[in-house]
Ligand binder design. Structure first.
Ligand code: C5P
Length: 226
């Protein structure tokens, strides 16, 4: 089940299309996020699915259970392979999301974001009035995710071992090749180290999208990780 997911953080469909010309024989697993989705809409997702790409629709839903349930039905109908919600919405919301997805007979895996990597302990305490640490809330939210019956969480590869112990899958960004720039990522791992740590899926953006030879960079990820 391990796979490499390419984070398609492009401005619009024509940039994505240009990027995809690098893949003539393989159909990689693609992550479509909210920037692209809000511009190009569900039509783009349908098109890519029809062309045989696997899709991780990264929209991070967070609302009352009823709204999330209905939104998930629409996501399920798109036939995507992986999607996500915020664990901070609570167990009831996560269960409602899962029920919505299942009603569409979708095989889509549902994962939860625990804490955003942009949140630090100070923000948690001073802005959000949460006195527990980031690490403790991440573990607690992951347990809630399991209680709600979801498949797994988005986390750093470095957290993958404890997530695996909980019986959940981990979808891990922050991937770089050896000796490559970390850009704005604080906690990075190579594809082979992510494999060692037990990640289920790695999400790779710039290491592939900004490579001189895109296909070679993608194939290197696959060789190291799968
Ligand atoms: O270019 P890079 O490989 O750093 O891209 C990583 C991708 O994973 C981006 O789409 C980013 O938004 C996403 N992501 C992340 N950290 C998280 C959650 C998602 O880097 N905690």
């Amino acid at each position: 089940m391990r796979d490499v997911i390419i984070a398609c953080d492009f401005q619009n469909k024509s940039e994505l299309r240009e990027f995809l010309t690098n893949f003539t024989t393989t159909k990689p697993f693609l992550k479509i996020g909210m920037e692209m989705f809000y511009r190009e809409g569900p039509q783009l997702v349908k098109e890519l699915k029809d062309e045989g790409f696997k899709i991780f629709l990264d929209l991070k839903l967070h609302d009352i259970p009823n709204t999330v349930n209905k939104a998930m039905k629409n996501i399920g109908r798109l036939g995507v392979d992986l999607t996500n919600i915020h664990a901070a919405g609570g167990i009831k919301m996560m269960k409602a999301a899962l029920e919505g997805l299942k009603e569409t007979n979708s095989n889509c895996k549902l994962i939860a974001v625990t804490q955003l990597t942009s949140i630090d302990n100070q923000t948690l305490r001073e802005e959000l009035l949460i006195n527990e640490s980031i690490d403790d809330t991440v573990k607690h939210y992951a347990l809630n995710t399991k209680k709600a019956g979801l498949d797994g969480v988005v986390c750093s590869p470095l957290e993958a071992p404890i997530i695996k112990e909980m019986g959940l899958i981990s979808v891990t960004p922050g991937i770089r090749f050896k000796n490559e720039s970390a850009h704005d990522q604080a906690r990075i791992s190579t594809p082979s180290y992510a494999k060692e740590l037990g990640s289920t899926y790695i999400v790779v953006g710039r290491a592939i999208t900004e490579a001189t030879n895109v296909l070679e960079a993608y194939n290197k990820c696959v060789r190291e990780f799968i």
